[in-house]
Write a protein that binds this ligand. Structure first.
Ligand code: AOF
Ligand code: ZN
Length: 346
């Protein structure tokens, strides 16, 4: 059983897990709080992929003596040896009396066995499903259970849904504040997906430059994945000066298979990806229902009838059009940011 005090400590463990927001791109974000006699004796979080797990950091923070304590963890402790030893063993060996978990680990190497191992080792276990914990690791859950990352599509348009003039002139429709906001979404992503059209037209760097999103003093750069059916990305493109770049060519037919592209990114450990592309590629993600969130910046401008559309897609019937529900709506500088989620989750 979990009481209101347990819930409070679990929420704090999730807050600690959030500290891994920008550093952990191929692992879950995990936090752990150790409490004994009503007193917090240790705090830890998973700071970067390959580094110590949250539980090990919390045990170290407590100075090693955690016998009889309760461990509040934002994710079921692991029971396998990956890049790190199993946390269940550390918790049992150190004499932790009770573990309270905020969500199950869907990794098939764990998936319930973490809790079972603890119980078999004499540790009392209580579990729940905390929405904040699930939300924080939606990308990790997506990768592990669907073999696809959680996909955010970034869009920027005028009030009349236009992204550029007929001449091609497009910089900048949205404000500097909106572009600064995009840094946050990039920084938490494992990869940025774009198209060769955008590379040729804008030559973007697609890097994280805002120091607020550094982890351990280091700005982690997400992978850049370019849909480039006919290998047209120029070797001098700015993207090559930043992060690791993956080029996806068409295998059969003329188009890059976006579903396969997402699968390949998941296989490389990508939990969250951000699509920053032009109307054709962004439109394809929307039309093929390969999106989990659309982040739309709307500028208070009208570009008129001849300007270019937000997405190069066409529908015959209203029933086939793309729709979603508004998950959030905020003012960002002079623009409005609408976060949409699909009507039926993909
Ligand atoms: C935990 N606490 O802080 C994390 C866990 O390669 P490794 O060793 O980092 O293992 C990755 C897997 O370990 C990952 O898929 C998930 O099952 C678990 N991550 N578990 O108990 C943590 N980061
Ligand atoms: Zn672990």
């Amino acid at each position: 059983m979990i009481d209101s005090l347990d819930r409070l400590f679990l929420e704090r463990a999730v807050e600690l897990a959030e500290r891994g927001m920008f550093g952990v791109a191929e692992n879950p974000r995990v936090g752990c709080i150790l409490v004994r006699d009503g007193e917090v004796i240790g705090r830890g979080w998973h700071a970067r992929t390959g580094g110590l797990h949250a539980e090990a950091n919390a045990i170290a923070d407590a100075g090693g003596d955690v016998a009889g304590a309760t461990a509040y963890v934002s994710l079921e402790p692991c029971c396998h040896t990956g890049r790190q030893p199993p946390c269940t063993k550390a918790l049992i060996d150190r004499g932790v009396a009770r573990v309270v978990g905020a969500m199950d680990d869907p990794d098939p190497r764990v998936a319930g066995r973490g809790y079972e191992t603890l119980r078999a080792g004499g540790v009392a276990v209580d579990t729940t499903n905390l929405s904040t914990a699930l939300h924080l690791n939606a990308g990790y859950v997506s990768r592990v259970t669907r073999d696809a990352p959680y996909v955010r599509v970034k869009l920027g348009a005028s009030l009349d849904g236009r992204t550029g003039m007929a001449s091609g002139e497009s910089q900048w429709i949205t404000s500097a504040a909106a572009r600064a906001d995009v840094q946050y979404w990039r920084a938490r992503s494992s990869a940025i997906v774009t198209g060769v059209g955008t590379v040729l037209a804008d030559d973007p760097a697609l890097t994280v430059r805002d120091g607020r999103f550094a982890a351990d003093g280091h700005l982690r750069q997400p992978l850049v994945a370019i849909a480039d059916s006919r290998n047209r990305t120029p070797p001098c493109a700015k993207v090559f000066q930043g992060a690791e770049v993956l080029l996806f060519a068409a295998e059969r037919g003329e188009r890059v298979d976006l579903g396969q592209m997402l699968k390949a990114l998941a296989a490389r450990g990508c939990n969250e990806v951000l699509v920053e592309a032009g109307p054709t590629l962004a439109g394809a993600f929307l039309r093929e229902r390969l999106w989990d969130e659309a982040i739309v910046y709307v500028a208070p401008k009208l570009l008129g009838r001849t300007a270019r559309p937000l997405a190069e897609i066409e529908f015959e019937r209203l029933a086939d059009t793309v729709g979603g529900r508004v998950a959030a709506c905020d003012r960002i500088g002079d623009d409005v940011r609408v976060i949409l989620k699909p009507d039926c989750p993909s």
